[in-house]
Design a protein around this ligand. Structure first.
Ligand code: SF4
Length: 328
């Protein structure tokens, strides 16, 4: 028999919004036996409001040596990880990577740098980034560029908008009220939210996701999804924590695929129309459950590898997506 809480949530398909109270009640009231029913509803909501699968690929344009202390991240200079570090890539290297993405048919290209961010529009590294973004726009006007370079001021947000940036990634990572405890102490969630607001003021769409498996509760994930809705974000990359040796989370217990499925479905039910993207942890942590999880309300995936970990190739994911398109 269908869990009555799930039956009630079918009203989302009639255009109703899941209230905060109903979302918490639903998340607390579904068990492992309800997973396929909940995923099925999330997938119907995805099909009705968010559409087919659109992959995305990212380039880490500056790696490691970061001053910040994000507990999950291999790029923090405060953790003892063994990753490749390099300074800001030059324009030619970025253009080459973007060209390969464009040629592979992937529609979204993410330009990502490690570090706290940029608040001075005259800083030489920020000026170099603007020049690269101009060159990217000129060479590949069709490519949906998404920039992720950290915390901004109003002035740097405006400069990005003036240099053709129409989409920006700034992840909440967790429920805002738990950011300092679970993510970082060197910057605040308020600085991230202010960055989102500055960019929105200049017409930039926001891609704003999170990580599942940091030690947060299901209620925290519901709060994160509600915060995304309140911020009016356009898309959200969803990561499953990869506990990287040398980071404070290296011994974090692994989360079950069942819990990830419920989390993804809840995030979709709270945010019916946004682009929900399966990012890190898809291949490495969720392995055989990748297909089930894509069916839990997602309509995008990150392909071709992540910031500091490998993923599947675009060709492998293309074959996978051809199967997914059976229900897209
Ligand atoms: S997530 Fe970004 S800001 Fe945080 S440590 Fe990693 S690179 Fe630095």
């Amino acid at each position: 028999m269908l869990n009555p809480l799930i039956a009630d949530a079918y009203r989302i398909l009639d255009g109703e919004t899941l209230t905060r109270e109903a979302a918490h009640k639903l998340a607390a009231g579904v068990g492992p036996e309800d997973i396929l029913d909940l995923a099925s509803l999330a997938n119907k909501v995805r099909a009705k409001y968010a559409g087919r699968i659109r992959p995305c690929s990212i380039l880490n344009a500056k790696s490691g040596v970061c001053s910040q202390d994000c507990r999950f991240c291999a790029q923090s200079a405060r953790h003892h990880t063994h990753i490749d570090t390099y300074p800001l890539l030059g324009r030619e290297e970025v253009l080459k990577a973007a060209g390969e993405v464009a040629e592979s048919g992937v529609a979204f290209f993410g330009y990502v740098t490690s570090g706290r961010g940029y608040t001075d529009p005259e800083e030489p590294e920020f000026r170099a980034i603007l020049e690269t973004l101009d060159a990217l726009h000129e060479a590949y006007p069709e490519l949906n560029l998404c920039v992720s370079i950290g915390i901004l001021s109003e002035a740097t947000a405006k400069a990005l908008a003036d240099h053709h940036v129409r989409r920006y990634n700034m992840n909440l990572q967790v429920a805002p009220q738990r950011y300092a405890e679970l993510i970082a102490t060197t910057h605040t969630i308020d600085e991230k939210i202010a960055t989102i607001r500055f960019l929105q003021q200049y017409g930039v769409a926001i891609c704003c996701g999170g990580i599942i498996g940091l030690g947060e509760t299901m209620a925290d994930r519901v709060e994160m999804a509600l915060a995304m809705r309140e911020l009016g974000v356009d898309g959200a990359p969803l990561n499953v924590l990869i506990p990287i040796p040398g980071t404070p989370l290296e011994r974090q217990p692994l989360i079950s695929a069942a819990e990830v499925a419920i989390s993804f479905a809840m995030i979709r039910l709270i945010n019916p129309a946004i682009m929900l993207k399966f990012a890190a942890g898809r291949e490495t942590m969720m392995k055989d459950f990748m297909g089930l999880l894509m069916l839990s309300g997602l309509n995008s995936l990150m392909t071709g590898g992540y910031l500091t970990t490998r993923g599947r190739t675009v060709a492998e994911d293309e074959a996978f997506l051809q199967q997914l398109e059976l229900f897209g």
